[in-house]
Design a protein around this ligand. Structure first.
Ligand code: FAD
Ligand code: SF4
Length: 493
């Protein structure tokens, strides 16, 4: 690499694609916040990469993307080759480029953070794939030899879609079932359109269908089709069910009018903004159908500091709230949400109150929420996961006035009865047990059932669900290959 290229980062500062102007956002613009790089901007930003001999960005990326290699291809204008390389490791790169918390992953590990600003890896990833699709590029499956084997996938979220992509590339037929009429899981019915334009999911569906993936949508496994039927009709089943058990904070007053659970709020609002209905029965009966109050002119308080909380505060801004406050029980450094999303929320006028633990939701008239009683905290000793626990400071209670309170305390998985009765075991926290002992990676305690994504790791990230779906497909292919080689395998038991 020439000297000029190596030191490009000295002349070209880090830059992100242009954002929707602030005044439009606060007036209710739901378009994707970030635009897309033009060819020259993408090449300039990609050219800032130092091409470190030991790319920490790759190591920190959960799917281990070949980042410096595709940055180099972008710099050279070889977009279609870059798209092919992106897909070697990541079945859904255009989604990850948009929604990954890059500041905690690839970009957080970039050597240029030492005073120069990380390479804008996510924005370049989005540029590569969007551009390549527009130019008609599609994954090349011309050398794939069909195996005649068939796999059913339950859940069209990122884990299920990633698994389908890899199976198709291995010549294994993939049929994806989802209880909703649209694919994407939380990408479609959770993450707001200002982070991910829903047309991006439509394009991915077209691509997958062209690869031979079949979708059976509006079909709930365990109700409309039995697991036993799938086990009879398919050689293996992958479970990408997600995590929809709402964390109940047990706050006094949480049943008052004006108190909303986060996901129903986002789903309902997304339905209004995008016109897309999550037809199909809600899993736990709560996550899609609520009456959405008019937030215009209201004081909105969001409890929780994760990605869901950030989506709620920024949605409330777009819905015309008079004030939006996020209360979180730890400090800013310990917030689980992406720092970029926190910065965007601040820019949009959201007030953050850190080290505030909610105690109760109050009401002046006995029926409608009027405020949240909180206590200040300091950080104490690390818990069993290494996170420092918030310790209430006696005598520091106060009330945050509110007309609407949105509770965003997170989610955990739950194993449905139809899976448990098939012998699929889970931990106490509802996470499906996979791998370990004689089992293949992502193989459950039932030899023909594999699982990955939030139902295995608990509520996490799109990119980790993609990684698990991708790697589960490898295990499934391994199982089916070994059966073909040894027709009387013990795994048939
Ligand atoms: P899901 O996306 O939940 O998909 C599971 C699918 O399975 C669903 O479509 C469901 O309908 C289907 N299903 C379940 N049971 C059945 C059944 N019996 N029959 C048929 N279908 C069934 N992550 C990020 O990386 N960045 C973000 O910015 C981000 N923001 C988020 C914002 C919100 C509001 C939320 C809730 C999450 C966010 N996440 C984010 C997390 C991310 O969306 C999830 O980790 C990811 O979607 C998990 O993928 P999955 O495939 O495991 O499950
Ligand atoms: Fe970064 Fe996510 Fe892309 Fe990996 S998949 S390079 S972590 S944006």
């Amino acid at each position: 690499m020439s000297k000029k290229q190596v030191f490009q980062f000295l002349d070209v500062p880090r830059d992100m694609p242009r954002k929707v102007p602030l005044e439009l956002r606060t007036e209710g613009d739901w378009n994707e916040l970030y635009g897309r790089f033009g060819q020259a901007e993408a090449a300039h930003q990609a050219g800032r990469c130092l091409d470190c001999g030991n790319p920490y960005c790759e190591a920190r990326c959960p799917v281990h993307n070949y980042i410096p290699n595709w940055l180099q291809l972008v710099e050279e204008g070889r977009i279609l080759e870059a798209a092919a390389l992106c897909h070697e490791t990541n079945p859904l790169p255009e989604m990850c480029g948009r929604v990954c918390p890059q500041d905690r992953l690839c970009e957080g590990a970039c050597t240029l953070n030492a005073g120069f600003g990380a390479v804008t890896i996510g924005a370049v990833e989005k540029y590569i794939v969007d551009t390549a699709f527009e130019q008609g590029w599609r994954p090349d499956l011309s050398k794939v030899v069909p195996t005649g084997r068939q796999v059913a996938i339950v859940g069209a979220g990122p884990a299920g879609l990633a698994c389908a992509d890899r199976l198709a590339r291995a010549g294994i037929g993939a049929t994806v079932f989802d209880r909703y009429e649209q694919i994407g899981g939380l990408l479609q019915f959770g993450i707001p359109s200002f982070k991910l334009d829903k047309a991006v999911i439509d394009t991915r569906r077209e691509v997958l269908e062209e690869m031979g993936v079949r979708f059976r949508l509006g079909v709930e496994v365990g109700r409309d089709v039995a697991l036993g039927t799938l086990l009879k009709d398919y050689d293996a089943v992958f479970l990408g069910l997600g995590a929809y058990r709402y964390t109940d904070g047990g706050l006094p007053g949480q049943d008052l009018r004006g108190v909303l659970p986060a996901l129903p709020f986002l789903v309902q609002n997304g339905r209004i903004v995008t016109g897309r209905e999550p037809h199909g029965r809600p899993i736990a009966g709560w996550e899609s159908h609520i009456e959405l109050p008019d937030l215009a002119g209201k004081r909105v308080v969001v409890l929780g500091g994760g990605d869901t909380g950030m989506d709620c505060v920024r949605s409330a801004v777009r819905l015309g709230a008079a004030s939006v406050t996020c209360a979180y029980r730890r400090d800013e450094a310990n917030m689980p949400g992406s720092a970029r999303e926190v910065a965007n929320a601040r820019e949009e006028g959201v007030r953050f109150l850190f080290n505030r633990q909610p105690l109760a939701i109050q009401s002046q008239d006995g029926s409608h929420a009027s405020g949240v009683r909180v206590v200040e905290t300091r950080l104490g000793e690390p818990d069993d996961k290494g996170r420092r626990s918030p310790v209430p400071i006696p005598g520091s209670e106060s009330v945050i006035e509110a007309d609407v309170v949105i509770i965003a305390f997170g989610f955990s998985p739950r194993v449905p009865e139809w899976l448990a009765s098939a012998g699929v075991q889970a931990r106490e926290n509802g996470r499906i047990i996979v791998g370990g002992g004689e089992r293949l990676p992502y193989q459950t305690t039932h030899p023909r059932l594999f699982a990955g994504g939030d139902c295995v790791r608990g509520a996490d990230l799109v990119v980790t669900a993609v990684q698990e779906g991708r790697d589960a497909a490898r295990s499934i292919a391994h199982l089916l290959r070994s059966e073909a080689d040894h027709p009387h395998s013990a795994l048939d038991a």
